[in-house]
Structures are given as structure tokens and as C-alpha cells.
Design a protein around this ligand. Sequence first.
Ligand SMILES: [Zn+2]
Length: 394
Amino acid sequence: MKTSALLCLLALLVASSSEAAIRYDIKNRRIQPRQTLAGALHEAALPDAQVEAVIAALEGVFDFRKSRVGDQFRLVMRDGELDFFDYRQSTVDEWQVRRDGEKYVGSKRSIEVEKQVSLVALEINTSLYEAALEAGEDPAIGLVLSDVFAWDIDFYRDVRKGDTARALVEKFVSKGRVLRYGEVLAATYEGGLVGNKKVFRYVTPDGQANYFQEDGASAKKSFLKSPLKYAHVTSGYGSRFHPVLQYVKNHNGVDYGTPIGTPVWAVADGTVVQAGNAGAAGNMVVLRHSNGFETQYMHLSGFAQGVRAGLRVSQKQVIAYSGNTGRSTGPHLHFGLKRGGQYTNPLTQKFPRADPLPKAQLPDFLAKTHELAQQLQAVSVAAVAGQAPAPAAK
Ligand SMILES: [Zn+2]
């Protein structure tokens, strides 16, 4: 009775409620930092002999050195004994171990995935989130877009009704379903507040992929436009969660009203000077950057793993999560910027762009981006994608 074990399992799960004979117990876990798969299985209270059986079944099927933090696995226990194990890495790779009589058998399942380049066109009436849904896209497109415009657009603050965004973006598709977005090849944002922004992805001869503007200037700046990483914010955003934003001189910073747990970005490369509880400021991170700049992030709910004094962080690294700790009257992030020891308004401070494309690369860049720019303006989505867009899976 090993045919279609999973379906059988489901049937048994239903049956078991009336018969109450066989007990199933399902555990979903993730690989934790500095944890091996064997360690994680022990942690999930799998008996030693069965941990060894799983490891043995995966020998030669799974390369254990490729086990990574965050990989997901699932144990299905039947009357206290392992019946089924699966291990997921990314959306495409999955390994399974099934019980076959007295033995355990391991196998790899590859999900066939096709990469397409699609044109995504959004018009924002209420929020980026809603705009994505209206266009039949996954709200994750908001994250993808905010990432490539992070130096010029604060997607919590700068979005206005009537703004439009277009992007040529890779989609990983399986059986007509979009599993996830890949790289953005080109994107435009036309905003009532921010004006027109256009970025192109270009791989320089050293193999580095970077974003540049139409004329070859870098899309990057030494500081991000916002200390908040764009996160899925449901339809409440735009009304309830619209950031209460102000720069108040006597309290030396900007307040972003935002739901607790919103990821906080290091706005620039730097070193952690302080990470801990700081009284009225609540949980606080202070970063030191080059050219005498310092940034402060206050009222945090928690810190990202490993963030402590002395740690070097890079721009766009998530260092903490917003909260409501210390002397705070509601969930918000207080963001402060100092230059040469003096507080300065982060909203008006101008930061330099990264180096432009080397002159020698410019002709190639212009030729390639000309083509992308034309595709961006294409009227029909299907003409680029080769098929109609489908809602993405989570
Ligand atoms: Zn404040």
C-alpha cells in the first residue's frame, strides 16, 4: 500500500477522526543558524534511529553541505514513527524520504520551472499592494520594485494616487503558475511627487549586476531613501497605516508610523556602534558610516540576528524590526541622522550617487537599454510575456 502515499495519508487523516486508531503528527520546521539537518531532526524530537535512517536515505541524493538556514522541512509521524519527510530549498528543489515497509527511501523531486520575462504595468489608485492585485500580480512585486528604486523612492511615503510603474521582470513559472519573481531588467516609475525614474539592470565586465539610469549614471546612492524595507502591507495601508511622518527639530528625527515588525534597513554601509535597550529610545540601533555620518533607529521591537556593537553592516541589510518600545505613543520608527556629531534632517540631506558606468561601457549599455526601453513601452503584455500573466503563488 504505497501508491500515492500522500493521498492515502490525507484519506487516513480524515478517517482517523472517526476511527481514532492511527495518530498522525505533522511537524513543520526550518533549519536554524549553525544547525545541521541531523541537528534539526533531533531538535524536532525525532528518535535517534530514525534520524540516522533519514540521513542514510538521503546519502547520495542530497548534498548535506548545501543545507541552508531557513530551508523548510516537514515530518509526518504515524503513531510516533516517521512515515514521510520532505525538505524544501527554494521553490524548485524538494527532497523526500518515504517509508517503504521497513526501509526508508530518499529521492529528489524537481519542479519544472520556466523563466519568462514579463511586462508588469501598475497604476496606483489606493496603494501599491492594491495596484498589484488589480493587475493580477502577486503583491511581492511591490518588494521587487521598491528594491530597484530604493535610492530614489520611499515607497511608504512618496506614493501618490495616479502614480504608474512598469517593469520588465523575470518570472519563474511552473504549470502556468508564477512561483516567484526574478530580476528586474528595466523599470520606470512615474510619480506625482517623485517625478519620472527609470532604471536598467546592466552586467559590467567584472560580472557585477548593477542598476543604472538611462544615461549611465548609477541608480545607487550612498544612502537609501528610506530606513524601512517595503513589506507586504495589506489594504489598510493608505488609510490606517499611512505613515505619520514628520521631522521635528527638537526631537531630532523623523517618525514613520508603521506596523510593528516592519523590517528596518541599514540605510548605508557602516558599523554597529550600539544595539540594545536605551531607555526612552527603547530598543535602539546606532550605525556609524563614512564621512562623519551616524544613523539612529529607535523604538524597535527586536534586532536582526547577530546585530551587536562592532558588526559591519551593508546597505539594505535588515538590522532590526520596528516596534513600540521605550517612550513611544504608538507603533513607529524614529529615524535620526547625524553629521559631524550634529543632528540633521534626513529628508533634505543630499547624498552622492555611486560611480557611473565607465565610459568604455556606455555604447554597449545604450544599445542594450534602448531595446529594453522599447519593450517597457510595449502596449500588450502578452507580446512580451508570450502568455497572459497569472496570479503568483505565495
Ligand atoms: Zn520620533
